[in-house]
Design a binder for this molecule. Structure first.
Ligand SMILES: C[S@@+](CC[C@H](N)C(=O)[O-])C[C@H]1O[C@@H](n2cnc3c(N)ncnc32)[C@H](O)[C@@H]1O
Length: 360
């Protein structure tokens, strides 16, 4: 009979010392076993140690362009802020502090896990806020439900959080083996595996080119189509191997081919495709001016040229059409210090605009 307690002495060998609880191998597969910083009781200084090395501790997210966002968006007491991409509430917490007393934060995220993490972090703070699990294109409906006529700030920090990337179960990273899911909102929609099983070669090659400037788009798309005739692609590891093979590389020698991982662009393109990220951004840019009070500010942080182009065009068209009275001429980029401390901020760029009309 098993006692279910590994440390209890074995009933068959009463004289033997207690067995130590075993470590789950040299390459633990579970997310919570993989990173020491996820065990603060055992490794109390690990979080600071990792930050000091310019890395993001697993299970957290370091907000980007924080000082710059606050500088251009200027949240002040009594204002209403819509943070359309709550994530780990890094920006949201700073907005909430600055709009007290009397202000209100409305937070959106389509990922239920992120929303609950943000809720837990915001619970430590004072101030009024409400959180909604929805895609950010749904902002007008949220405001209607909340009976808010307009907000003073609309903010979006696009893409994914480090916590989503680092969790193998989300299938977002070429670094961890996991299911090829990639959906930020897992309530509906096709997974990356579904896309790879059904999309035409032309559609795949187009996405790789358009969403990630992948130079080997055609070869990778052909490899996907050939592979699925034999067997479906189900895991991130299988996709990494396919991309490496298509590029004539292996897991051992790919570093010789360049700095970035050969599968990074494929993963980025698929994530954008699966979550229709450009469609969602275009819709947010379309509805945002109607959600802003006169004199209200909008700030968008994007991470690749496709997103930035959409933001730039929408803001310029808004200025020409009289919706915005002022827009950023140049992108705001992270300082050298931020890029060193948080390399994931490297591609971030912020643009802002101010709604026409004077505040009442
Ligand atoms: C880069 S993270 C935001 C991080 C956050 N600013 C912080 O400091 O913790 C982006 C977040 O936006 C969410 N997201 C991405 N696309 C979305 C969409 N269309 N609608 C709502 N949320 C979205 C993701 O789930 C993710 O949590």
């Amino acid at each position: 009979m098993s006692t279910g307690d590994e440390s209890a002495p074995s009933p068959e060998q009463p004289g033997r010392p207690r067995r130590r609880k075993r470590y789950a191998g040299t390459h633990p597969r579970r997310f919570d076993e993989r990173y020491k910083e996820l065990q603060p009781g055992k490794y109390p200084d690990m979080h600071e140690h990792i930050r000091a090395q310019g890395r993001t501790p697993a299970g957290t997210h370091v907000p980007v362009l924080m000082a710059e966002s606050l500088k251009v968006l200027r949240p002040v007491a009594g204002e209403v802020v819509a943070d359309c991409t709550l994530g780990f509430a890094g920006h949201a917490r700073e907005f909430l502090k600055r709009i007290q007393p009397g202000g209100r934060l409305i937070g959106l995220d389509c990922d239920g896990v992120q929303l609950e993490r943000a809720r837990a972090r915001l619970a430590e703070m004072s101030g009024a806020y409400s959180l909604h699990r929805t895609k950010f294109a749904g902002l007008p409906k949220v405001l209607e439900r909340e009976q808010v006529r307009g907000v003073d700030i609309v903010f979006a920090d696009l893409g994914v959080s480090s916590m989503q990337i680092d969790d193998p179960a989300r299938g977002l990273s070429y670094k961890h083996d996991g299911p090829l899911d990639m959906r930020l909102d897992d309530r509906a929609g096709r997974t990356a595996a579904d896309w790879l099983a059904r999309a035409s070669g032309g559609e795949l090659a187009g996405a790789l080119r358009e969403f990630a400037d992948e130079p080997d788009a055609e070869v990778i798309a052909e490899a996907v189509v050939a592979r699925r005739r034999r067997e479906a692609l189900a895991t991130t590891g299988q996709l990494v191997d396919l991309v490496l093979a298509a590029k004539g590389l292996t897991r051992r020698n790919w570093r010789l081919a360049g700095d970035s991982h050969p599968a990074a662009r494929t993963f980025q393109a698929l994530r954008i495709l699966v979550n229709d990220e450009l469609g969602a951004l275009a819709e947010l840019l379309r509805v945002a001016p109607n959600c802003l009070n006169p004199g209200g500010r909008i700030g968008i942080i994007s991470f690749h040229s496709g997103e930035d182009r959409l933001v730039k065009r929408a803001f310029s068209a808004g200025r020409e059409g009289g919706l915005y009275r002022d827009v950023s001429d140049d992108v705001v980029r992270p300082s050298a210090g931020e890029r060193r401390d948080n390399p994931r901020s490297g591609s971030a760029r912020l643009r802002w605009a101010v709604r026409a009309g004077s505040p009442e």
